[in-house]
Design a protein around this ligand. Structure first.
Ligand SMILES: Cc1cc2nc3c(=O)[nH]c(=O)nc-3n(C[C@H](O)[C@H](O)[C@H](O)COP(=O)(O)O)c2cc1C
Length: 194
């Protein structure tokens, strides 16, 4: 299936983010018949704290976030780890994504419902944010996303992990990342064929 589009979501709002660098490295590993686009950081940064009281009039950032998720064939998340889990602003954005514009849609109204997703991570610590990854997978699964169970890409000591061209210095990590992207795309094909 040609032309599949992966949305790449960095859980970091930091300008020099290693997780965003990891997504740039991932974009270079996407096969020619697919593409990967990075979510505009201002969208995540602009999402207000979730409250049911504000659901009738979400911000433009919330609308853009849901629209980008729904337009993608698959989503690749790269998450930092803050105190053993993924960042609060990303959880907040996922809570918004899980709520549809319609009161009656339930779980199926989630912008991520039935969507193929994969999770990678990078951290300056020695474990590469594995706890953040696991926590993020759990939350994605709870809102009906189909989480690809591919090779684990958790990049430790991120400050030394990238070459000048943003590629991963560790060829083993690059191989796992390429395989994970392949499995993510294969999952979208299975849906199209099914
Ligand atoms: C508030 C805070 C908490 C952190 N907690 C963890 C942690 O639990 N585990 C870890 O590996 N790194 C932790 N770090 C270090 C981050 O991995 C590091 O800042 C990383 O560069 C963040 O990702 P980014 O480069 O994509 O912004 C923490 C950093 C901050 C600012």
């Amino acid at each position: 299936m040609a032309g599949r589009r992966i949305l790449a979501v960095s859980g970091s709002l930091r300008a020099g983010s290693y997780n965003t660098a990891l997504l740039r490295a991932a974009a270079d590993l996407v096969p020619e018949d697919a593409s990967m686009e990075l979510l505009e950081p201002a969208i995540l940064a602009g999402i207000e704290p979730f409250s049911s009281d504000g659901e009738d009039a979400p911000s433009d950032a919330v609308h853009a976030w849901r629209r980008e998720l729904r337009a993608a064939d698959a989503v690749l998340f790269a998450t930092p780890e803050y105190n053993g889990s993924f960042p609060g602003h990303l959880k907040n954005a996922l809570d918004w994504a899980s709520r549809s514009d319609s009161d009656t849609a339930g779980l199926a109204g989630s912008a991520l419902y039935g969507r193929d997703v994969a999770v990678v991570s990078a951290s300056t610590g020695q474990f590469g944010a594995v706890w953040a990854q696991d926590a993020l997978r759990t939350v994605l699964g709870r809102q009906g996303a189909r989480v690809v169970d591919g090779p684990k890409v958790a990049v430790p000591r991120a400050a030394e992990a990238f070459a000048n061209d943003d590629s991963l210095s560790d060829s083993g990590q690059a191989t796992r990342l390429r395989e994970l992207i392949g499995q993510l795309l294969a999952a979208t094909e299975a849906i199209a064929a099914g």
